[in-house]
Design a protein around this ligand. Sequence first.
Ligand code: ZN
Length: 332
Amino acid sequence: MGDLSKKIFSVMHYVANKVQQPAVILLYHRVTTLQQDPQDLSVTPEHFSSHLAHLATDYNMLDAERFLYHVKNKKAFPERSVFVTFDDGYADNYLEALPLLTKHQVPALFYITTSKINTAYELWWDDLERVLLTPGNLPPVLQITINGQPAQYTTDTLAAIRETYYALQQVLRFCKPAEIELAMQQLYEWSGKTATGRPSHRLMTWEEVKAMGDASYAAIGCHTHRHPAVGMLSYEEQYTEIGMSKEILEGVLGTPQVHFSYPFGGRKFLGTKRYYNADSIKACKALGLQMVCANYHGQVHSWSNPYALPRILVRNWPPDVFRKQMQQFFKY
Ligand SMILES: [Zn+2]
């Protein structure tokens, strides 16, 4: 953002927040301790517990039903309203996050990706990390065909392998699910590694998703079946991807699903590449979803679009950093 647009943005925020108290949606992915976390998406249980202690004391924590009520009816939020969400559906959400949410009596909404549940497989970006960044000898060069385009990457040093990991991560996030699978097959063959995932990166089982759905401080939402950037799919493909996760979750939980979050979900784009678009919103509406979260920095007001709500991505912040970040969102 340029200096002038930054200024305009901050003035707009100032005015909006003067008119009405904002609410904030926090976005977490994992609560656990990992050996490496190249996407920086994991928060340690110690830090998460300190976040919750602070939120429970200083903020007005809303649950999914309450937040939806304000969004759907365009009602102003109570002062200092905060809503906690989790994307993807990792097992640690149930094993490590839920006990802490219960202890601090903070409710959260968990968006679930359905395709890898009760399988031995990891989500593709974890799989990519497992193949490239965990111990094992790799050939010095990777030749791979993605979307019919042959490409070559250097993998002869640790630094080169890391660079290759980040480059492929960028390319694959804008590919269709079948194309990602083809790329992973080539990577398994090239590396000599199998498709079997690590216990540390597994998703919740269906039993765990059900237990989560029954828990007092948890609610469930959809996050597509195979986690593609829906903005790269046709309207029909989007409808199917989003609709499949909704249908599967409704079958397992026996309750209508009205919550959804876009995979990746950023508003930024690369050329023609999009994480979500107007068709995504149309598909969500057609499927009867009522509240949809994106992943761009911002606060929520009663007039915010319920089909692309901003969220604040929480990193593994120590208590003092988390406290300062929270102050920032409510400083106006
Ligand atoms: Zn996700």
